[in-house]
Ligand binder design. Structure first.
Ligand SMILES: C[S@@+](CC[C@H](N)C(=O)[O-])C[C@H]1O[C@@H](n2cnc3c(N)ncnc32)[C@H](O)[C@@H]1O
Ligand code: SF4
Length: 376
């Protein structure tokens, strides 16, 4: 049986944040009902054999899934339940934006089976939130967090961003401490990346904005690792920390190269053999489904070599490490040769325990460089 998950992409946002390249549309709320009709039809169209899968996670990401109504969520869950075996689902996450998820709606989400919430806090600093073009302040973060606790959510993640221009260690420390005092079960701290097609990319390219130096970014990252440790969080991935046993199981499916169904515009999935993705355009997604066509625009079989490289690349970023048993016999030798060749360079950051090879916590900062040396 393959452990696996279901991802749903909800592509609506109130405004488009200047740094974000996830597919979403702003000011198109009127298209939400037709989007949900299309989503239900896409689920009905799914041809992937899941009999040998144990689906244990559902993740509704975005976009801003907290904008959906309980009625829409209910019909979505009903359709998933008709088409797939959901009896093993242990983790059901929904992404929520601060100030965009009223308490009553959260209560309904919970009663429909959602048991984990991921809130996009990003920062609590007024100037940085403004820079990031976020439409909430820190009060909305606290209010939404309190509402989540009040309605009974006991598994909450907060997303934070560091490496923002003009973000000093002092500001980051202050933000982190305030969030840690809320006591979320899980924290994701992402380094701000400059993605093509975003406003941030244009600003950086034209010289209007300068990104912080690597030194500054490393300082903030090591501070993050140490404070998380002090507060009892375990780092189980390069950007993710959780209280013991509360890792995000859904994301682990991606990092362990396990199958995942994916629905909605721009959604990416893996059927155990091929990676596939849907069209990244809401109007065309709706149109295709209206015409009875599948919205998938890309499908590619994962070769053994690419599968192994993914195992290595992702394995270096997670505390479980690379599961060497998953590397086929024909490629194991080449991997061992590369490992031996780079032994002296990375030895102090690599730990080999039985059939797993992983980086130390200090080693995470070099994960990309190690991957370059170890990829087949
Ligand atoms: C696609 S967003 C969806 C969550 C939700 N809509 C929100 O904004 O809070 C998921 C997360 O990706 C992260 N993210 C998006 N763009 C990023 C970037 N360019 N650099 C670093 N993190 C980014 C943010 O932390 C965000 O919370
Ligand atoms: S960061 Fe979240 S709210 Fe902002 S555009 Fe991306 S998905 Fe939408």
């Amino acid at each position: 049986m393959h452990k696996s998950g279901i991802y749903i992409h909800m592509p609506f946002c109130k405004v488009k944040c200047m740094y974000c390249d996830f597919y979403s549309v702003a000011d198109k709320d009127e298209a939400m009902p037709i989007f949900f009709d299309s989503l239900i039809k896409e689920i009905k169209m799914c041809q992937i054999e899941t009999e040998n899968w144990t689906i244990d996670t559902i993740f509704i990401g975005g976009g801003t899934p907290s904008l959906m109504s309980p009625v829409q969520l209910e019909s979505l869950i009903k359709e998933l339940d008709i088409n797939f075996d959901l009896s093993n689902v242990k983790e059901f996450t929904i992404e929520v934006n601060p100030g965009e998820a009223p308490k009553e709606r959260l209560k309904s989400f919970k009663s429909l089976g959602v048991n984990r919430v991921s809130m996009g806090v990003q920062s609590l600093n007024k100037d940085l939130l403004k820079f990031l073009t976020r439409i909430h302040g820190k009060d909305e973060v606290f209010k939404t967090f309190e509402a989540l606790r009040k309605v009974g959510f006991d598994n909450i993640n907060c997303d934070l961003i560091f490496n923002i221009p003009s973000q000093t260690l002092k500001i980051w420390r202050h933000d982190l401490k305030q969030v840690l005092q809320l006591g979320p079960e899980h924290l994701s701290c992402y380094s701000l990346t400059v993605e093509k097609g975003t406003q941030l990319y244009n600003y950086v390219n034209s010289g209007t904005i300068q990104m912080p130096s690597n030194d500054n970014s490393s300082k903030l990252y090591s501070y993050t690792q140490s404070i998380m440790n002090d507060y009892g969080y375990e780092q189980y991935e390069i950007s993710n920390w959780s209280k013991p046993k509360l890792e995000c199981r859904h994301n682990l499916h991606y990092w362990e190269i396990e199958p995942c169904l994916a629905f909605g515009p721009s959604a990416h999935g893996f059927d155990g053999e091929s990676r596939f993705s849907n069209i990244s355009n809401l109007d065309q997604y709706i149109k295709k489904i209206e015409l009875g066509e599948h919205p998938q625009v890309h499908k590619e079989k994962l070769s053994n070599k690419n599968y192994t490289n993914e195992l290595i690349g992702f394995g270096l970023r997670i505390s479980n490490g690379i599961n060497l048993d998953k590397i086929s016999e024909e490629l194991k030798h080449s991997f061992e040769v590369l490992l031996e060749k780079n032994k002296n360079k990375w030895d102090k950051f690599i730990i080999r325990e039985g059939n797993h090879l992983r980086l130390t916590e200090q080693g995470y900062a070099f994960a990309d460089a190690v991957a370059i040396d170890l990829l087949l």
